[in-house]
Write a new protein. Structure first.
Lengths: 115, 115
């Protein structure tokens, strides 16, 4: 079982370049999420998608855009990368089963460096 | 807004010793609480969750956690630590919305194990 797959795993960008981080899940989950992880900061929610066709801002949305392409895929775009966006990005997904929220499942992350 | 505090940034224990990692949360309603573990270079793996019911919850790898509403705490425990438990541990609280929920994470506790 693949679970949550993120591509690429590593990327180096120059300031001002754009990039799209890809995420796909094969668990038929309705909800998907993007987090960033910085040293000593834990994980912070960037954007989430409660269901196909909807997206909402999280705690740190500035400088990012997202697209819920279909039920499986949720992409994160950096239009003009800045050094402050150097981070490890995690995608996650979850479902609602008989009215009970199920735990979020995480991908292995994308390590992004912006020079 | 909800928040999570993990007071200990780094803990070192000897193999075979007991472990308790502290977590305090702030949330207005009945919380959904989680503990995740992250090995270096990896994504997050769910250890256990509390949604309702029994306040002592069992998880994987011999971990357990106790929900104490009066203390707003959800501390993680293990009676005997193994060298493979060395990792970073994150406590999280969920805020529910329409068909989804958003996690707020603590900043993490890094566990080192002395052989």
């Amino acid at each position: 079982n693949a679970g949550v797959t993120q591509t690429p795993k590593f990327q180096v960008l120059k300031t001002g370049q754009s990039m799209t981080l890809q995420c796909a899940q094969d668990m038929n989950h309705n909800s998907m999420y993007w987090y960033r992880q910085d040293p000593g900061m834990g994980l912070r929610l960037i954007y989430y998608s409660a269901s196909e066709g909807t997206t909402d801002k999280g705690e740190v949305p500035n400088g990012y855009n997202v697209s819920r392409l279909n039920k499986r895929e949720f992409s994160l775009r950096l239009e003009s990368a800045a050094p402050s966006q150097t981070s490890v990005y995690f995608c996650a997904s979850s479902s609602l089963n008989r009215g009970i929220y199920q735990p979020q499942h995480f991908g292995d992350g994308t390590r992004l460096s912006i020079l | 807004a909800q928040s999570v505090t993990q007071p200990d940034i780094h803990i070192t224990v000897s193999e075979g010793a007991s472990l308790e990692l502290r977590c305090n949360y702030s949330y207005g309603a009945t919380p959904y609480l989680f503990w995740y573990v992250q090995s270096p270079g990896q994504g997050l793996q769910l250890l256990l969750k509390y949604f309702s019911g029994d306040t002592l919850v069992q998880g994987i790898k011999g971990f357990e956690a106790e929900f104490k509403r009066s203390q707003s705490s959800f501390n993680l425990r293990k009676p005997s630590v193994h060298w493979s438990d060395a990792a970073e541990y994150f406590c999280a609280v969920a805020r529910s919305g329409a068909g989804s929920y958003q996690l707020t994470f603590g900043k993490g506790t890094k566990l080192s194990v002395i052989p």
